[in-house]
Design a protein around this ligand. Sequence first.
Ligand SMILES: [Zn+2]
Length: 288
Amino acid sequence: MCLDENTIKVLSYVFLILGFLLLLFLFFYFFYNKKKKKKLGYYLLVFIFIILIFYFRGEIMNIDICKSDKKANNVTTTKAMPASNSDNYAGKTSKGYIIEKKDGAYFIDDYLIINKSYALSKDFIPENTYEKIADEICTTCIDKEAYEKWLNMKNDAAAINLNIYIASGYRSFEYQKGLYEKNVNKDGDFANKYSAKAGHSEHQSGLAIDLNSVDASFAATDEGKWVNENAYLYGFIIRYPKEKGQITGYKCEPWHLRYVGLDLAEKLYNDGKWITMEEYFGINSKYK
Ligand SMILES: [Zn+2]
Protein backbone atom coordinates (compact mmCIF):
# COMPACT_ATOMS: atom_id res chain seq x y z
CA MET A 1 0.00 0.00 0.00
CA CYS A 2 1.18 3.53 -0.71
CA LEU A 3 -0.14 7.08 -0.37
CA ASP A 4 1.09 10.31 -1.84
CA GLU A 5 3.30 12.52 0.27
CA ASN A 6 0.72 15.26 0.89
CA THR A 7 -1.99 12.82 2.05
CA ILE A 8 0.45 11.34 4.57
CA LYS A 9 1.35 14.83 5.81
CA VAL A 10 -2.30 15.93 6.22
CA LEU A 11 -3.32 12.71 7.96
CA SER A 12 -0.40 12.87 10.36
CA TYR A 13 -1.32 16.46 11.34
CA VAL A 14 -4.99 15.57 11.75
CA PHE A 15 -4.13 12.68 14.06
CA LEU A 16 -1.64 14.80 15.98
CA ILE A 17 -4.17 17.61 16.60
CA LEU A 18 -6.91 15.12 17.51
CA GLY A 19 -4.59 13.39 19.97
CA PHE A 20 -3.60 16.63 21.68
CA LEU A 21 -7.19 17.93 21.86
CA LEU A 22 -8.31 14.73 23.57
CA LEU A 23 -5.33 14.88 25.93
CA LEU A 24 -6.24 18.48 26.79
CA PHE A 25 -9.86 17.50 27.27
CA LEU A 26 -8.85 14.61 29.55
CA PHE A 27 -6.58 16.88 31.56
CA PHE A 28 -9.17 19.60 32.19
CA TYR A 29 -11.99 17.16 32.75
CA PHE A 30 -9.96 15.31 35.33
CA PHE A 31 -8.92 18.40 37.32
CA TYR A 32 -12.12 20.44 37.12
CA ASN A 33 -14.61 17.67 37.76
CA LYS A 34 -13.38 16.24 41.02
CA LYS A 35 -16.88 15.10 41.90
CA LYS A 36 -16.89 12.56 39.11
CA LYS A 37 -13.99 10.54 40.39
CA LYS A 38 -16.05 7.40 40.38
CA LYS A 39 -16.14 7.47 36.57
CA LEU A 40 -12.52 6.35 36.36
CA GLY A 41 -13.46 3.87 33.66
CA TYR A 42 -14.28 6.72 31.27
CA TYR A 43 -10.90 8.35 31.80
CA LEU A 44 -9.21 5.07 31.13
CA LEU A 45 -11.22 4.63 27.94
CA VAL A 46 -10.35 8.13 26.66
CA PHE A 47 -6.72 7.53 27.58
CA ILE A 48 -6.62 4.27 25.59
CA PHE A 49 -8.29 6.09 22.69
CA ILE A 50 -5.54 8.74 22.75
CA ILE A 51 -2.84 6.06 22.72
CA LEU A 52 -4.56 4.43 19.74
CA ILE A 53 -4.64 7.76 17.89
CA PHE A 54 -0.90 8.24 18.34
CA TYR A 55 -0.29 4.62 17.38
CA PHE A 56 -2.23 5.03 14.09
CA ARG A 57 -0.43 8.27 13.37
CA GLY A 58 2.87 6.39 13.62
CA GLU A 59 1.56 3.70 11.27
CA ILE A 60 0.45 6.31 8.71
CA MET A 61 3.87 7.92 8.74
CA ASN A 62 5.39 4.52 7.94
CA ILE A 63 3.29 4.03 4.80
CA ASP A 64 5.36 4.15 1.61
CA ILE A 65 5.21 7.26 -0.53
CA CYS A 66 3.91 6.34 -4.01
CA LYS A 67 6.42 6.87 -6.77
CA SER A 68 4.53 8.28 -9.73
CA ASP A 69 7.55 7.92 -12.01
CA LYS A 70 7.84 4.14 -11.67
CA LYS A 71 8.44 2.60 -15.09
CA ALA A 72 6.94 -0.62 -16.31
CA ASN A 73 10.18 -2.37 -17.15
CA ASN A 74 12.63 -4.61 -15.38
CA VAL A 75 15.16 -1.92 -14.56
CA THR A 76 15.30 -1.07 -10.91
CA THR A 77 16.91 2.15 -9.86
CA THR A 78 17.78 2.00 -6.22
CA LYS A 79 20.13 4.91 -5.72
CA ALA A 80 18.82 7.91 -3.80
CA MET A 81 18.09 11.03 -5.80
CA PRO A 82 20.87 13.57 -5.51
CA ALA A 83 20.00 17.03 -4.29
CA SER A 84 19.58 19.57 -7.03
CA ASN A 85 22.23 22.20 -7.39
CA SER A 86 20.27 24.99 -9.01
CA ASP A 87 23.30 26.47 -10.81
CA ASN A 88 23.95 23.27 -12.75
CA TYR A 89 20.34 22.09 -13.12
CA ALA A 90 19.60 21.00 -16.68
CA GLY A 91 16.40 18.98 -16.28
CA LYS A 92 15.02 15.74 -14.95
CA THR A 93 15.00 12.26 -16.48
CA SER A 94 11.84 10.15 -16.87
CA LYS A 95 13.00 8.24 -13.77
CA GLY A 96 13.29 11.39 -11.69
CA TYR A 97 17.07 11.74 -11.82
CA ILE A 98 18.37 15.28 -11.94
CA ILE A 99 20.45 16.17 -14.98
CA GLU A 100 23.26 18.62 -14.32
CA LYS A 101 25.48 20.48 -16.73
CA LYS A 102 28.91 21.49 -15.52
CA ASP A 103 32.23 22.19 -17.23
CA GLY A 104 30.84 21.46 -20.68
CA ALA A 105 29.39 18.04 -19.86
CA TYR A 106 26.11 16.55 -18.68
CA PHE A 107 25.96 14.51 -15.49
CA ILE A 108 23.26 12.29 -14.03
CA ASP A 109 23.87 11.13 -10.49
CA ASP A 110 27.50 12.20 -10.97
CA TYR A 111 27.96 9.96 -14.02
CA LEU A 112 29.10 11.70 -17.17
CA ILE A 113 26.48 11.19 -19.89
CA ILE A 114 27.21 11.29 -23.58
CA ASN A 115 24.88 10.03 -26.30
CA LYS A 116 22.95 11.46 -29.24
CA SER A 117 20.87 13.65 -26.90
CA TYR A 118 23.66 14.77 -24.56
CA ALA A 119 26.85 16.21 -26.01
CA LEU A 120 30.16 17.39 -24.65
CA SER A 121 31.05 20.96 -25.46
CA LYS A 122 33.55 21.60 -28.25
CA ASP A 123 36.28 22.55 -25.81
CA PHE A 124 35.74 19.73 -23.32
CA ILE A 125 39.08 18.02 -22.67
CA PRO A 126 39.42 15.42 -19.89
CA GLU A 127 41.82 16.62 -17.21
CA ASN A 128 42.87 13.77 -14.99
CA THR A 129 44.20 11.34 -17.60
CA TYR A 130 46.80 8.58 -17.20
CA GLU A 131 49.06 10.27 -19.74
CA LYS A 132 48.75 13.92 -20.64
CA ILE A 133 46.82 14.74 -23.80
CA ALA A 134 49.21 16.11 -26.40
CA ASP A 135 47.60 14.93 -29.62
CA GLU A 136 44.26 14.51 -31.38
CA ILE A 137 44.17 10.79 -30.58
CA CYS A 138 45.81 8.83 -27.78
CA THR A 139 45.34 5.31 -26.40
CA THR A 140 46.86 6.07 -22.99
CA CYS A 141 45.19 9.45 -22.41
CA ILE A 142 42.35 7.74 -20.59
CA ASP A 143 40.87 8.85 -17.28
CA LYS A 144 43.49 7.85 -14.69
CA GLU A 145 41.24 5.65 -12.57
CA ALA A 146 39.78 4.00 -15.68
CA TYR A 147 43.19 3.33 -17.17
CA GLU A 148 44.51 1.75 -13.98
CA LYS A 149 41.48 -0.55 -13.91
CA TRP A 150 42.10 -1.29 -17.59
CA LEU A 151 45.68 -2.35 -16.80
CA ASN A 152 44.39 -4.78 -14.15
CA MET A 153 41.90 -6.12 -16.65
CA LYS A 154 44.52 -6.51 -19.37
CA ASN A 155 46.88 -8.31 -16.96
CA ASP A 156 44.17 -10.68 -15.73
CA ALA A 157 43.29 -11.48 -19.33
CA ALA A 158 46.95 -12.06 -20.19
CA ALA A 159 47.24 -14.48 -17.26
CA ILE A 160 44.82 -16.79 -19.08
CA ASN A 161 46.47 -16.23 -22.46
CA LEU A 162 44.02 -13.66 -23.77
CA ASN A 163 45.40 -10.67 -25.60
CA ILE A 164 43.32 -7.54 -25.27
CA TYR A 165 44.59 -4.12 -26.29
CA ILE A 166 43.27 -0.62 -26.81
CA ALA A 167 42.82 0.14 -30.51
CA SER A 168 41.26 3.55 -29.92
CA GLY A 169 41.11 5.67 -26.77
CA TYR A 170 40.88 9.43 -26.50
CA ARG A 171 39.76 11.38 -29.56
CA SER A 172 39.49 15.15 -29.71
CA PHE A 173 36.36 17.00 -30.87
CA GLU A 174 38.08 17.96 -34.12
CA TYR A 175 39.31 14.45 -34.80
CA GLN A 176 35.82 13.02 -34.22
CA LYS A 177 34.42 15.62 -36.61
CA GLY A 178 36.70 14.41 -39.40
CA LEU A 179 36.08 10.75 -38.57
CA TYR A 180 32.30 11.21 -38.65
CA GLU A 181 32.44 13.05 -41.98
CA LYS A 182 34.59 10.30 -43.45
CA ASN A 183 32.11 7.66 -42.28
CA VAL A 184 29.13 9.58 -43.67
CA ASN A 185 30.87 9.94 -47.03
CA LYS A 186 31.44 6.18 -47.06
CA ASP A 187 28.13 4.86 -45.66
CA GLY A 188 25.67 7.74 -45.81
CA ASP A 189 22.96 7.73 -43.13
CA PHE A 190 23.99 4.25 -41.97
CA ALA A 191 27.13 5.83 -40.48
CA ASN A 192 24.94 7.18 -37.67
CA LYS A 193 24.48 3.62 -36.41
CA TYR A 194 28.17 3.27 -35.55
CA SER A 195 29.75 6.71 -35.68
CA ALA A 196 29.03 9.72 -33.47
CA LYS A 197 28.86 13.35 -34.46
CA ALA A 198 31.55 15.55 -32.93
CA GLY A 199 30.73 16.22 -29.29
CA HIS A 200 28.57 13.13 -29.07
CA SER A 201 31.38 10.58 -28.84
CA GLU A 202 32.34 9.02 -25.51
CA HIS A 203 35.91 8.92 -26.81
CA GLN A 204 36.17 12.68 -26.25
CA SER A 205 35.58 12.08 -22.53
CA GLY A 206 38.59 9.84 -21.95
CA LEU A 207 36.24 7.30 -20.40
CA ALA A 208 35.83 5.02 -23.43
CA ILE A 209 38.09 2.52 -25.16
CA ASP A 210 37.75 0.41 -28.30
CA LEU A 211 39.36 -2.99 -28.13
CA ASN A 212 41.26 -5.18 -30.57
CA SER A 213 39.71 -5.48 -34.04
CA VAL A 214 36.97 -2.83 -33.47
CA ASP A 215 34.72 -5.19 -35.37
CA ALA A 216 31.54 -7.18 -34.71
CA SER A 217 33.56 -10.40 -35.07
CA PHE A 218 35.27 -9.51 -31.75
CA ALA A 219 32.20 -10.78 -29.84
CA ALA A 220 32.80 -14.37 -30.99
CA THR A 221 36.51 -14.46 -30.09
CA ASP A 222 37.74 -15.82 -26.73
CA GLU A 223 38.81 -12.28 -25.87
CA GLY A 224 35.41 -10.85 -26.80
CA LYS A 225 33.55 -13.42 -24.73
CA TRP A 226 35.82 -12.88 -21.74
CA VAL A 227 35.43 -9.09 -21.98
CA ASN A 228 31.65 -9.38 -22.15
CA GLU A 229 31.57 -11.51 -18.99
CA ASN A 230 34.30 -9.80 -16.97
CA ALA A 231 34.60 -6.12 -17.90
CA TYR A 232 32.13 -5.10 -15.18
CA LEU A 233 34.50 -6.50 -12.54
CA TYR A 234 36.87 -3.67 -13.48
CA GLY A 235 34.14 -1.01 -13.71
CA PHE A 236 33.64 -1.13 -17.49
CA ILE A 237 30.39 -1.68 -19.37
CA ILE A 238 29.53 -2.79 -22.88
CA ARG A 239 28.04 0.58 -23.77
CA TYR A 240 26.15 -0.57 -26.87
CA PRO A 241 24.86 -4.09 -26.17
CA LYS A 242 23.10 -6.22 -28.74
CA GLU A 243 19.35 -5.74 -29.27
CA LYS A 244 19.51 -2.29 -27.63
CA GLY A 245 20.10 -0.28 -30.80
CA GLN A 246 16.71 1.41 -30.61
CA ILE A 247 17.61 2.66 -27.14
CA THR A 248 21.27 3.63 -27.48
CA GLY A 249 21.05 4.80 -31.08
CA TYR A 250 23.96 2.54 -32.06
CA LYS A 251 24.23 -0.99 -33.34
CA CYS A 252 25.92 -3.51 -31.06
CA GLU A 253 29.57 -2.63 -30.42
CA PRO A 254 31.12 -5.50 -28.41
CA TRP A 255 34.50 -3.71 -28.57
CA HIS A 256 33.45 -0.33 -27.13
CA LEU A 257 33.86 -0.16 -23.35
CA ARG A 258 32.86 2.73 -21.16
CA TYR A 259 34.21 3.18 -17.64
CA VAL A 260 31.51 3.88 -15.02
CA GLY A 261 33.07 2.38 -11.88
CA LEU A 262 32.37 -0.89 -10.11
CA ASP A 263 29.05 0.00 -8.54
CA LEU A 264 27.16 1.01 -11.67
CA ALA A 265 28.98 -1.50 -13.90
CA GLU A 266 27.72 -4.40 -11.80
CA LYS A 267 24.14 -3.10 -11.97
CA LEU A 268 24.30 -2.59 -15.73
CA TYR A 269 25.93 -6.00 -16.29
CA ASN A 270 22.76 -7.40 -14.73
CA ASP A 271 23.97 -11.03 -14.74
CA GLY A 272 24.85 -10.88 -18.42
CA LYS A 273 21.62 -9.21 -19.56
CA TRP A 274 23.18 -5.79 -20.12
CA ILE A 275 21.11 -2.72 -19.23
CA THR A 276 21.98 0.51 -21.03
CA MET A 277 22.70 3.82 -19.31
CA GLU A 278 19.65 5.17 -21.17
CA GLU A 279 17.34 2.59 -19.59
CA TYR A 280 18.91 2.88 -16.16
CA PHE A 281 18.62 6.65 -15.90
CA GLY A 282 15.51 7.06 -18.07
CA ILE A 283 16.91 9.15 -20.93
CA ASN A 284 16.77 9.17 -24.74
CA SER A 285 19.54 9.04 -27.30
CA LYS A 286 18.36 11.07 -30.28
CA TYR A 287 19.89 13.94 -32.21
CA LYS A 288 17.85 17.13 -31.95
ZN1 LIG B 1 34.22 3.35 -29.44
